[in-house]
Design a protein around this ligand. Structure first.
Ligand code: SF4
Length: 679
């Protein structure tokens, strides 16, 4: 029996027990955060907490969350953006908390991990042999077919070993194509009552376990799908904690983005051919061929108007997919599982093609001010193998969705090391659908909560600061004397500056570039000018490159986006972070440019709301790579002089940790030399 409410220790007592069990020390920011989380749970107001690296924020929300779950016999959902954090919670923090809190809570708190159905192997699909037929290109590539065959054989062997069927536990992993052959979306699933293997189904077992747990760990994508779908994906819960909340809007946008490709139309047509009139399937296949020709002729980029030939091709796909769906006839609920599986797979792919064609057409039916979706034709990303073109539709904003389906339904705690931009929570709050801070209450308030009860869901913002003394431990150097960055790659003066800084630091450099092209250019040029070893993202797996970088202080690592957010290297191997330019979205980024225009159409400042906010978030994340422990010291060097000279520079600087700032290159090089000598 759980203890009665009055017998449960307070959150601060539980936190003390938890911290001593994990062998740490209590930190003021952690205590303040745990108390704020407990208060939010009590009052039902939403809470945004900025907690710097080293605060111990996961314990600060897990402890009050578990107390609440045990006290109320309720379920709490914790959502993360990255697998790394998910693993840290599941493999390290929660097992320790289970033990530490068992006695004070009167029973062992329980937790489970839940992901989207696509992440679990579907035994029915594997057994029924309903794998996709190879497309025409693959048919003529025997190597591709045999490689796929080997991967599927490996998956068949893995089935007898795995207890969870969770893709993330398959090491090494398999290609996306292979995984798709053995997994289903929730639309494609037969349903547990109809599926012959329903009782052994991995996805169903995970869901059942999650339904019994006090705390469910999931990801932002599933949280988004739960909000987007008409039916419940996550078990009943009354509290949501969103960690890595700075990434919530991007992840929800991705989950709400639809894509139409020629391959998807052809695959749906092939599936349809197995279960309905071949003539109908051929009609869809032809519609897909017409779409291919038009898509190949279309330049990459945002579409503000729908070209007539494309409108025609989409309408033909929509009608042909609808005809196939009608041709499936009513679901007879036959006892033949293979027939039912084939029908369900065809129906779901046809639904997807049909619904996406309808959505793409509708996106152009409203005027600019009421547009909900932005549509673009994808282009070559410049990294990785070339991908065939696709037409995509993404929501211009997800604020209304989050306000209604997340904040409107559950008390929500949002946390991250980076939630205040330009010194306030305003930008983040608006993107989540929460009202901005009240006029005059927007100063950054370390350790002090500010109540924001203006229109919209009630929420509180709290910055618990950081255990690091940024002004004493780090220097922010802006190379004010350099020319502004141009379009034609890195100017020679940037490379001169970079090599001088790296040599002064004795290596130990993380180079964060705004594009892969710039990272490669710098790598090639500097390898000729210095003996310091330089690793470049893409030359091996990022995890391995980061490990090599961490192991050898002389080694430098150059790269782009994933390094801005994913490198955690405490100690003397990282004493210099160099940023080549302010990471504004590219002017041809379809989503960012459309969002910017939408803000301007409403009379707002599109550049500040979208481009500068995007850059501020990335800069805060990137420059936060420098200090990862209280002993760390070093320099963040921004080569782009606009940080010091442009009007928006103040907003960007106010988003960064409070390092001591200078534009004097000699002072910085001398500091780096001293650090190198002392390390
Ligand atoms: S219930 Fe759905 S996911 Fe599970 S095995 Fe059956 S078809 Fe696959």
């Amino acid at each position: 029996m759980p203890p009665s409410t009055t017998e449960l220790p307070s959150v601060s007592e539980l936190l003390t027990a938890a911290v001593s069990a994990v062998g740490g020390t209590e930190r003021p920011g952690q205590v303040a955060m745990a108390e704020a989380v407990a208060k939010a749970i009590r009052t039902g107001d939403h809470l945004a907490v900025q907690a710097g690296t080293g605060t111990g924020k996961s314990l600060a929300y897990l402890v009050p969350a578990l107390r609440h779950a045990v006290e109320r016999e309720a379920t709490v959902v914790v959502s993360t953006a990255t697998i790394a954090l998910q693993r840290q919670l599941v493999d390290r923090d929660l097992p320790r908390l289970e033990k530490a809190l068992e006695k004070p809570l009167g029973r062992k708190p329980t937790f489970a991990i839940l992901k989207g159905r696509r992440n679990y192997l579907c035994l029915n699909k594997l057994d029924s042999g309903m794998q996709d037929e190879p497309d025409d290109a693959a048919l003529f590539d025997p190597f591709a077919i045999s490689a796929l065959g080997r991967e599927i054989t490996r998956l068949r062997e893995w089935v007898s070993d795995t207890e969870t069927g969770d893709r993330d536990e398959l090491v090494p992993g398999v290609t996306e194509h292979a995984w798709r052959q053995v997994s289903v979306s929730s639309r494609e699933c037969l349903g547990v009552n109809r599926c012959p293997i329903g009782t052994d189904c991995f996805a169903e077992k995970a869901r059942a376990e999650a339904g019994r747990a006090d705390l469910i760990i999931t990801n932002h994508a599933l949280l988004a799908i739960d909000a987007l779908q008409g039916f419940q994906v996550l078990p009943e819960h009354d509290l949501v904690i969103v960690d890595e909340a700075h990434d919530l809007v991007d992840r929800v946008t991705s989950a709400a983005t639809a894509e139409l490709t020629s391959a998807a139309v052809a695959a749906a047509a092939r599936r349809a051919g197995r279960v309905c009139d071949q003539e109908l399937a051929d009609r869809l296949l032809e519609a897909g061929d017409g779409f291919t020709l038009i898509l190949e002729d279309l330049p990459a980029g945002r579409l503000d108007a729908l070209p007539t030939p494309l409108a025609g091709a989409l309408a033909v796909i929509r009608d042909a997919a609808y005809a196939c769906l009608s041709g499936l006839g009513p679901d007879q609920r036959t006892g033949d599982v293979d027939v039912a599986t084939a029908r369900k797979l065809a129906q779901s792919q046809l639904d997807e093609v049909h619904d996406t064609a309808v959505r793409l057409l509708r996106a152009f039916e409203t005027d600019e001010a009421h547009k909900r979706d932005v549509v673009w034709r994808t282009g070559d990303t410049g990294s990785g193998p070339p991908r065939p073109p696709a037409l995509r539709a993404a929501p211009l904003a997800v604020a209304a969705l989050l306000r209604e389906r997340l904040f409107g339904q559950h008390t929500t705690i949002l946390t991250s090391a980076t939630l205040t931009l330009g010194g306030t929570f305003d930008s983040m709050a608006r993107s989540w659908g929460l009202p901005a801070e009240q006029e005059g209450a927007s100063a950054k308030t370390e350790g002090a909560a500010t109540d924001k009860s203006i229109e919209g869901p009630k929420w509180t913002g709290l910055d618990v600061g950081s255990p690091f003394d940024h002004a004493r431990s780090g220097i922010l150097y802006v190379a004010r004397h350099l020319p502004p960055p141009g379009r034609d790659g890195l100017p020679p003066s940037y490379l001169d500056e970079l090599v001088e800084l790296m040599e002064a630091a004795g290596g130990r450099t993380l180079g964060l570039f705004s594009s892969m092209r710039a990272a490669k250019q710098a790598t090639e040029a500097l390898r000729k000018r210095t003996d310091l070893p330089i690793l470049c993202q893409g030359e091996d797996s990022t995890a391995l490159l980061v490990r090599k970088f961490a192991e050898d202080p002389a080694t430098c690592l150059f790269g782009t986006l994933s390094l801005w957010q994913g490198v955690d290297v405490p100690g003397p191997s990282l004493q210099l972070v160099v940023v080549d330019r302010i990471p504004f979205p590219r002017p041809d980024d379809p989503l960012a440019s459309a969002r910017q225009r939408a803000v301007e159409a409403r009379g707002g400042n599109g550049f500040l709301s979208v481009a500068a906010t995007h850059a501020a978030l990335l800069l805060a994340q990137g420059t936060g790579r420098l200090l990862r422990s209280t002993q760390d010291r070093g320099v963040v060097a921004i080569l782009d002089p606009r940080l010091a000279t442009a009007r928006y520079g103040g907003f960007l600087r106010a988003s960064l940790p409070g390092y001591w700032a200078t534009s004097d290159a000699e002072v910085v090089r001398a500091a780096l030399r001293r650090l190198d000598a002392a390390s």
